[in-house]
Design a protein around this ligand. Structure first.
Ligand SMILES: Nc1ncnc2c1ncn2[C@@H]1O[C@H](COP(=O)(O)OP(=O)(O)OP(=O)(O)O)[C@@H](O)[C@H]1O
Ligand SMILES: [Mg+2]
Length: 326
């Protein structure tokens, strides 16, 4: 039974958002390899009850503040109606609601202004993605250095939702950010990381075994679920075969001009059919000044892991040469 199910089948209807619970949660249990079955839970930064209460003009006001943040560290209150393109009174009412829901932050110093942070940004991205095909969000399955990862359903299919979260690891960094320029808002930095990951997944699709990019909005990348599990969490029967498969994918990516640059046993999924390389926002191209160093490091990480765990012996230099010589 679905007890804490999160919803999302939400489509704008007049000024309100209509709440539809989709039956597709049942599919989570029966059709997918999800580790969590139907134990759906609420996500940290995102409150489904709030999401359901949001109206069209709330979204419009949030979007207006987002636009204002391209020019301001704190968007001056008196400027917000111009960004939102609604009457002053309506905007004041909407800001009151958004503050109550915790989706915007307000300052009074050095002037009265608003901005959104990840909670508001999550809401905007999910608002867009639900209009395009996202119907459910499930269990949190990963928290990385720079992201939070959830299961979801998009167009009836299981997907992974990766919320990029630049600057979340250090409170000091977040504080320091207040003194910097407007373009350095953490939400926009996270947005750029998501854009990079989406770019890589699209470019690699069809050639390299990596998740398929299903959709992308703001700081969220929707991608296919990698088969199997992380190399770091399992023991494979035929390490040489898997190592060859990984090297082959690194070679194919290199052929397209891409170097992963964060390759390790944590970013490789293994299944009986082969391997998939995940986590691409940090990729560099062959032309990058550090390209050789980063390719060498990627190979070293993988070979060291196989050597430590399976005593597989390969020569780093020869493997790099093989990858480069096509
Ligand atoms: N496409 C996917 N399919 C299945 N699981 C995934 C997928 N993408 C991410 N995950 C899960 O989420 C975790 C974190 O994802 P990812 O490595 O992309 O993010 P990250 O923030 O860069 O993490 P880290 O900093 O720890 O490398 C992964 O280790 C994996 O368990
Ligand atoms: Mg990772």
């Amino acid at each position: 039974m679905l007890r804490k199910g999160v919803f999302l089948g939400i489509k704008p209807a007049d000024s309100d958002f209509l709440f539809l619970i989709l039956n597709c949660f049942k599919k989570l249990k029966t059709n997918t390899g999800f580790k969590s079955g139907v134990t759906i839970c609420f996500i940290l930064m995102f409150n489904s009850a709030v999401f359901r209460k949001l109206e069209k003009n709330d979204f419009r006001t949030l979007t207006g503040i987002e636009a204002g943040m391209k020019s301001y560290q704190w968007v001056p209150l008196e400027m917000i109606p111009a960004f939102v393109k609604l009457r002053d009174k309506e905007v004041a009412y909407r800001i009151g609601r958004l503050l109550e829901f915790g989706l915007v932050k307000k300052t009074i110093m050095p002037y009265e202004g608003c901005k959104i942070y990840f909670k508001g940004y999550d809401t905007l991205a999910l608002g867009t993605l639900t209009r395009r095909g996202l119907s459910a969000i499930g269990e949190r399955i990963g928290v990385g250095k720079e992201s939070v990862v959830y299961e979801g359903i998009y167009d009836g299919e299981p997907v992974i939702l990766k919320f990029h979260r630049a600057g979340q690891t250090s409170f000091k960094q977040v504080t320091r950010q207040r003194d910097t320029g407007t373009r350095d808002h953490w939400i926009f930095i996270a947005g750029r990381a998501a854009w990079r990951e989406h770019e890589a997944l699209v470019a690699l699709h069809g050639s390299v075994a990596a998740p398929r990019c299903v959709d992308y909005n703001r700081h969220v990348v929707v991608m296919s679920v990698a088969l199997g599990c992380e190399l770091s969490k399992t023991t494979v029967d035929d390490p040489d075969w898997f190592l060859d498969r990984i090297i082959e994918q690194v070679r194919k990516a290199y052929k397209l001009g891409f170097i992963h640059s964060d390759l390790s046993e944590y970013n490789v999924f293994v299944s009986p059919g082969g391997v998939e390389l995940i986590d691409w926002p940090g990729y560099v191209t062959k032309k990058h000044p550090q390209a050789d160093y980063l390719l060498d490091r990627d190979v070293k990480n993988i070979l060291t892991f196989f050597n430590r765990k399976y005593e597989t012996v390969r020569d780093n230099k020869k493997v790099v040469e093989y990858i480069k010589n096509m």
